[in-house]
Design a protein around this ligand. Structure first.
Ligand code: SAM
Length: 318
């Protein structure tokens, strides 16, 4: 892996009213890129921002960057979900909009931020992208829309793409897409579930406007995911990518894939290895349980975090 393109520094603490789904190391990456990498030749895309933690990291980094500044385009539909309603009843009940509260948070954060409230499926973008932060692609449709909106606007040789859910097994299409496009991207860093890519050359239009995974067979998708696993540099990344194939089997209705890959995971990684990550342990247990019940794993999602905890101390986000 090439050495880091920027100096990694700890991000400032979040204000107490900004809960985040990102771990500290993931926020450090955003802060450090804004502070040490951006030169102001394009925008930062911040999608989605939830309660503004990613925006906070970018703004605090940019204000310490002597080389240039960027406009931040922040995308969020700002609809209260059930977990958020429980943790933050002040934001409203499930399905309420928290756009007013989000605007208030962003005005306190400051910086050059344009907030796009609404479904990103209906959004437009016509600029040039210096940094593309994607933490919004829990649905395949959103993934396709974000690719169409932003991937063709990168600056080859300079733009960074931060795939926040790269090592999160429920979104198999993210690592599969990035692996398919390995000739166009170089991995420059990783943190927890994030993987950071340098765009090295312009992408062909047909992988931007269309979903190139559509034409692939399950065996081809599994081969892409196995390549991503083999490029992993930590047991966490390798185990998460093994579980990604398990989840892909369940989501695509291929029980043979799920069954064989669950058995392989259990044979390869004994409990002492799995216990190096509470998230791996929890996810494996849930996937095994859902498989035995014949349920769809799509519902498994990440949960908001109250504090600045690390992987070692975090409650499993399930
Ligand atoms: C995982 S959270 C982002 C966490 C955030 N980056 C942080 O720092 O805590 C994903 C966000 O994307 C938003 N989102 C998901 N689908 C969306 C869509 N189609 N349009 C707009 N926002 C969407 C959700 O409302 C949610 O706040």
């Amino acid at each position: 892996m090439p050495s880091r393109l920027y100096a990694l520094e700890p991000a400032p603490d979040l204000p107490p009213d900004i809960m985040s789904m990102m771990l500290a190391a993931e926020r450090d990456v955003l802060f450090s890129i804004a502070k040490n990498y951006c030169i102001g030749v394009g925008d930062i895309i911040d999608a989605g921002l939830f309660l503004g933690a990613s925006t906070h990291c970018f703004v605090r980094g940019l204000e310490q960057n002597p080389r240039g500044t960027c406009r931040i385009h922040a995308y969020e539909r700002a609809i209260v979900g059930r977990p958020l309603a429980k943790l933050r009843p002040d934001l409203g009940r499930p399905k309420d909009s928290y756009s007013d509260q989000l605007r208030a948070i962003l005005s306190r954060i400051g910086g050059n931020v344009e907030l796009h409230i609404g479904d990103i499926l209906d959004a437009d973008y016509s600029g040039t992208v210096e940094v593309l932060f994607l933490d919004i692609m829990k649905q395949r449709e959103t993934f396709r829309r974000c690719n169409a909106l932003f991937m063709g606007k990168l600056i080859p040789g300079h733009s960074l793409v931060i795939q926040q859910d790269h090592y999160w097994p429920m979104n198999w299409y993210i690592p599969a897409y990035m692996q398919l496009l390995e000739d166009y991207f170089t991995i420059v860093d990783r943190a927890e579930t994030s993987c950071i890519f340098l765009n090295t050359k312009a992408l062909p239009v047909d992988v931007v406007d269309r979903d190139p995974l559509d034409g692939l067979s399950p065996a081809q998708i599994v081969a892409l995911l196995d390549c991503t696993r083999d490029r992993g540099t930590t047991p966490f990344q390798v185990m998460m990518m093994e579980l990604c194939v398990v989840a892909y089997g369940m989501q695509s209705g291929n029980p043979a894939i799920t069954e064989s890959r669950l058995a392989e995971f259990e044979a390869k990684f004994d409990p002492s290895v799995r216990q190096t990550s509470p998230r791996v342990v929890a996810l494996h247990r849930r996937l095994r349980g859902l498989y035995q019940q014949g349920s769809d794993p799509t519902a498994l999602s990440r949960a908001p975090r109250q504090t600045q905890e690390s992987e070692a101390t975090a409650a499993p986000p399930l």
